[in-house]
Design a protein around this ligand. Structure first.
Ligand code: ADP
Ligand code: MG
Length: 481
């Protein structure tokens, strides 16, 4: 909900995501699909639309689409049809793209959003269909000429369309991250938006609460989740202003300008293409064997939702912590290795707060972490055995992240062992109480908040190494006496 000048508005968003299928060969040809290859080195005569070439469907791409559909709890259509979507563009040699229209391979499904407050919300998926990507026009290689690179032409894409169920830019971000996590867990797409292997169009409209759906605009081809969230937010506010000024939102396609953070018109509905779809006469309808689909279903890996539920059940994590860790395969595996034989919540905190925080600051991913899960586990053990205090552990961790050194060696080398010798701590406590006579008097006359101050002073005197439980116990005894 957004507050305008004249009351509140609801934002309505539906997303169309194009995810590049992980496959060594293209959807209808045997040409390779490596990212970043020399231009026009991965092009077969089919991709270049030489006369008389015939497309041959790549079964592995079909398998990838079906697996994705199953993971989205969607209906798998045992019969689907490839159609030609006709338009002219220099990087589209045949003059049409092979896509699916009336009969897609996957029908209605859903994606569960894990909201920050721990609740969940289901977003309906309308369909998923297979189609070919187009080539790429390169406008920046020559002052006068445009070059065409056909490496991407014919690469398999899954277009995943949602119902207009999303209600905020925040939900858009959660949806895309969740979808990406599912695709990555399945190995059906790497979901890298920077490389263009996941692209997203957002359809946005606004309405008064309870009113019918408003006219939508479509924001095309934004290449990062953060930018898409900005674009949706800007576009919703722009539409609210139009409505509040007594105007009408025009159905049009808009482009996001990331430098300005605004959207601007690209083409209106009147200029929209008529693609003249018709079934591709070169391809028979795609018929799937029910048993084959069932077998794929049985072979699906553990998906983020199941992982989240297991983390809650087996490790006692909160729903939002479980969703966070389960949302990324590498973080989930790291957490499980760290939690092995240890207090799971403690392990989760170390991974989510200290480890991911530090890696983030260094611009590293889990895969590049200088601290292994085994090593972080040993650090946690040092605390639980009472060898070092929690505060010292953070210092040790800071060093581990820099040097990758073993926590035990750091503790030994720097003499960071926790002092649990009651005699030594008692001496420190006595010294502090002797020095702070004013505060002791205040405390005894009722300013109990000062207790934390005394603890701090004793910790300081022992360079943070005193066993906090013992410090507390001794201070209470002496202050009471
Ligand atoms: P098209 O084929 O023109 O792109 P679709 O009907 O397939 O149109 O819809 C595309 C996307 O637009 C879907 O994700 C759908 O949920 C979304 N959508 C449809 N109507 C609205 C609306 N009024 N507001 C926001 N999104 C909408
Ligand atoms: Mg569209």
């Amino acid at each position: 909900m957004i507050e305008g000048r004249t009351g509140s508005f609801e934002i309505v968003i539906g997303l169309e995501v194009h995810a590049q299928v992980i496959s060594r060969a293209k959807l209808f040809s045997g040409a390779a699909t490596r990212f970043g290859a020399e231009p026009n080195t991965e092009v077969s005569p089919i991709d270049a639309a030489f006369p008389g070439m015939l497309p041959v469907l790549n079964k592995f791409c079909v398998e990838q689409a079906v697996k994705t559909g199953l993971a989205l709890e969607a209906e798998i259509n045992l019969e689907s049809v490839f159609e030609r979507k006709n338009y002219f563009y220099p990087d589209l040699p045949p003059g049409y793209q092979i896509s699916q229209y009336q009969n897609p391979i996957v029908g209605g499904g859903r994606i569960i959003l894990d909201m920050p407050d721990g609740s969940s919300r289901a977003i309906r998926i309308t369909r998923l269909h297979l189609e070919q990507d187009a080539g790429k026009s390169l406008h920046d290689q020559d002052p006068r000429l445009t070059f065409v690179d056909l490496n991407r032409a014919g690469v398999a894409l899954m277009e995943i369309v949602s119902e207009p169920d999303l209600r905020s830019a925040e939900e858009v971000g959660i949806y895309l991250r969740k979808l990406r996590a599912i695709l990555r867990a399945l190995g059906t797409s790497n979901g890298n938006m920077e490389e263009g292997s996941m692209r997203c169009d957002a359809n946005v409209s606004v309405r008064r609460p309870g009113a019918a759906l408003g006219t939508r605009t479509e924001i095309k081809n934004v290449n990062s989740i953060r930018f898409l969230m900005q674009a949706v937010d800007y576009e919703a506010r722009r539409q609210i202003e139009v409505v509040e000024d007594g105007g009408r939102v025009l159905q049009e396609t808009r482009l996001f300008d990331s430098a300005r953070g605004t959207t601007r018109p690209m083409r209106s509905k009147e200029e929209a293409h008529d693609y003249r779809y018709f079934p591709d006469p070169d391809l028979v309808p795609l018929v799937l064997d029910r048993e084959w689909v069932e077998e794929l279903k049985r072979s699906l890996p553990e998906l983020p939702d199941a992982k989240k539920a297991r983390f809650v059940k087996n490790y006692g994590l909160s729903s939002s912590d479980a969703a966070f860790l389960a949302g990324d395969g590498a973080s989930a595996a790291y957490f499980e290795a760290t939690a092995q034989g240890r207090e799971a919540k403690t392990a989760a905190n170390w991974v989510m707060v200290e480890l991911l925080g530090a890696l983030n600051r260094k611009g590293l991913g889990i895969a590049g972490s200088p601290v292994s899960a085994e090593s972080l586990g040993r650090l946690i053990d040092l605390v639980s055995e009472g060898t070092i205090s929690g505060r010292i552990a953070k210092e040790v961790f800071a060093e581990m992240i820099e040097t990758g050194a073993d926590p035990g060696s750091i503790v030994k080398e720097k003499g960071l062992f926790q002092v649990s010798d009651a005699g030594v701590i008692e001496e420190a406590v006595d010294a502090v109480l002797r020095r702070e006579t004013d505060k002791v008097a205040q405390y005894r006359s009722g300013r109990e908040k000062l207790f934390g101050y005394f603890v701090g002073q004793v910790m300081r005197a022992t360079e943070g190494r005193a066993n906090p439980a013992l410090v507390n116990e001794l201070l209470r005894k002496k202050l009471a006496g």
